[in-house]
Design a protein around this ligand. Structure first.
Ligand code: ADP
Length: 170
């Protein structure tokens, strides 16, 4: 019987973009179970809270039955072991991604040799796309409907409207 493949796809997803969704959708064709896991990183100041991001990713992946959504802190490999995962999924866009990602993959291999890192190359149309790019466009009111799911686009415009008008902040 073929081995069941469980993958963890870790990241900040602040917010989830069509680039992430493309990787998740393609990973679904390779794995039996995929856990999209938001890394709680105390060194970053995210725009969206963990709960907001969990909700956004759940909504965006609701049509993909193999996908679970979770958050974690600490080492990715510790979390992956806890989930009995045998794969870590990462996406590659540009050469500069590769350098960091390869270093991370090697480090993770020394910590958990039984877990493999699987790199998926970005689809051409999303090679420029990152959460930061989307936030930068949204901050100045530019169009983002082709970059993120509709609910995320709405949430972004609300966030930046609230930021530019503190009276609207809760
Ligand atoms: P980070 O983990 O650096 O905060 P993200 O949460 O944005 O980055 O991304 C998580 C993973 O998704 C990383 O492996 C990243 O390279 C990948 N990724 C992000 N955007 C894209 C894209 N447009 N195409 C392919 N992979 C992507």
């Amino acid at each position: 019987m073929a081995k069941k493949l469980t993958a963890v796809y870790p990241g900040s997803f602040d917010p989830i973009t069509f680039g992430h969704l493309d990787i998740i959708t393609r990973a679904c064709q390779l794995c039996d179970r995929i856990i999209v896991a938001i890394l709680v990183n105390p060194h970053k100041s995210p725009l969206f809270s963990i709960n907001e991001r969990l909700e956004q990713i759940r909504h965006a992946t609701r049509h993909l039955p193999q996908v679970e959504v979770d958050s974690f802190s600490g080492l990715t490999v510790t979390y992956a072991r806890m989930q009995n995962a045998n794969l870590l999924i990462r996406g590659l866009r540009v050469i500069s991604d590769f350098e960091m990602e390869l270093q991370m993959a090697h480090t993770n291999k020394t910590l958990a040799p039984e877990i493999q890192t699987l790199f998926l190359a970005t689809s051409n149309e999303y090679s420029f796309l990152s959460s930061s790019v989307v936030k930068e466009i949204a901050r100045f009111g530019g169009p983002i409907d082709h970059l993120v799911p509709a609910e995320v686009a709405i949430a972004l415009s609300q966030k930046f409207a609230a930021h530019s008008n503190p009276a609207l902040c809760p």
